[in-house]
Design a protein around this ligand. Structure first.
Ligand SMILES: Nc1ncnc2c1ncn2[C@@H]1O[C@H](COP(=O)(O)OP(=O)(O)OP(=O)(O)O)[C@@H](O)[C@H]1O
Length: 368
């Protein structure tokens, strides 16, 4: 970022001194109150040779919203972020950021964390933040930025010697030095440990509460569910579903799962009269070695005790039992499966050859 921050006609001045929280009054200096869609993209197309990266992607993000883009590898998320931020030019379609084209918008109002951002290795965390802050006339205090992303203890370590997670935190910090109004974060927490991830989550929540508009991409459904006001699922270059996490779960999430770690056959559960399917043990978080599992759907929480009684009465051995409401991961898996099916149908291929096993629908991210 080489553009300089110019105070606008309203006489905006950055906050001075150390801030424990981001002050709402410093936000949105360049967003007129009447402007609803801060990020607005319509029918974006982008191909690389034979590869279609974007095929009619449209989205709109409102002032102060956190919008999470999710989707399989290669779905086009990074290409979409690049098109939105002006680092790639779409073949067709329009983009407006703060009412301007991405190349005309005041860069000082944006914070952009590319997926592959790689700052100079032989600068310390502090030097890097100071360096990026130096690109702006009225930057934030680097100490505040380092504190925000939780790398104060490692501020004198060369970037190349920081852990992967610390490096990513410094990268997130470098996008905050100009106190941006609109923040684009392409997989901000990849490689960050659980505690660090929560630090970044809280930071994003604070920024959003203070009015920053955030568009992030993530493969972490818990992250999207926690942070996003709205989620867009990108598949094959277009948004195939969009809504609040709650509405998406209600529409596509399916039913609750009671997972029973057992070698018993699903048929043994027939008297319970709930839909039942076998899942591989690799699909069950924390399952004991050698154990597979049966998933019983639609069991209300009040009926779990009845299922346990049933297991005991019928001498069905089990080593673990867990119950879960459907969540965004179920939405993702359902829609990703549907999209894959549509694609194979479109290409005139048999949809997956052999029938996909029922277990494919059940949270393959969970491993033993
Ligand atoms: N510069 C490029 N040259 C050629 N192909 C590209 C280029 N950038 C992206 N692609 C292709 O476009 C498609 C979409 O890629 P993109 O990186 O946008 O996906 P993504 O959803 O961000 O994936 P991931 O989740 O793995 O990061 C992929 O097939 C990718 O190989």
């Amino acid at each position: 970022m080489t553009d300089r921050l110019e105070p606008d006609s309203s006489g905006w001045k950055p906050a001075s001194g150390r801030r424990d929280r981001i002050e709402p009054l410093t936000r949105n200096r360049s967003i007129p109150p009447c402007m609803k869609a801060v990020v607005d993209a319509t029918d974006l197309e982008k191909t690389y040779g034979e590869t279609v990266a974007l095929s009619g992607a449209s989205l709109s993000v409102e002032r102060g919203e956190v919008f999470a883009l999710i989707g399989p590898n290669g779905a086009g998320k990074t290409t979409l972020v690049r098109a939105l931020t002006g680092t790639t030019t779409p073949d067709a379609g329009t983009v407006k950021i703060l009412g301007e084209s991405p190349t005309a918008v005041d860069r000082a109002t944006l914070g952009v964390l590319p997926q592959d951002f790689s700052p100079p290795d032989r600068l310390t965390a502090r030097e890097l933040v100071v360096y990026y802050a130096g690109l702006y006339d009225d930057p934030r205090d680097p100490d505040d930025v380092l504190a925000d992303v939780g790398v104060v203890d490692a501020e004198d370590t060369w970037y190349e010697n920081l852990s992967g997670g610390q490096q990513r935190r410094v990268c997130v910090g470098s996008t905050l030095v100009n106190d941006p109004d609109v923040l684009f974060l392409d997989e901000p927490t990849t490689g960050i440990d659980p505690a660090g991830r929560r630090t970044v989550w809280r930071l994003i929540e604070e920024l959003a509460a203070a009015g920053t508009t955030v568009l992030l991409t993530t493969h972490d459904m818990a992250e999207a569910e926690r942070l996003a006001d709205r989620v867009g699922l990108l598949a094959d270059g277009s948004i195939v579903a969009e809504g609040t996490p709650k509405s998406l779960v209600a529409e596509y999430g399916g039913s609750s799962r009671l997972t029973i770690e057992t070698d018993a056959e699903p048929a043994a559960f027939a008297p319970l009269e709930y839909p039942t399917e076998r899942v591989a043990r690799s699909h069950v978080a924390g399952a004991s070695s050698g154990q597979s599992a049966v998933v019983v759907r639609d069991v209300p929480p009040a009926e779990i005790g009845g299922v346990v009684d049933f297991l005991e009465q019928h001498d069905l051995e089990y080593t673990g039992l867990s119950w879960a409401e459907p969540d965004l991961e179920d939405v993702y898996l359902t829609l990703a499966d549907e999209t894959e099916l549509e694609r194979t149908n479109r290409l005139g291929e048999p949809a997956g050859g052999e029938a996909a096993p029922a277990e494919d629908a059940v949270r393959p991210g969970e491993t033993t």
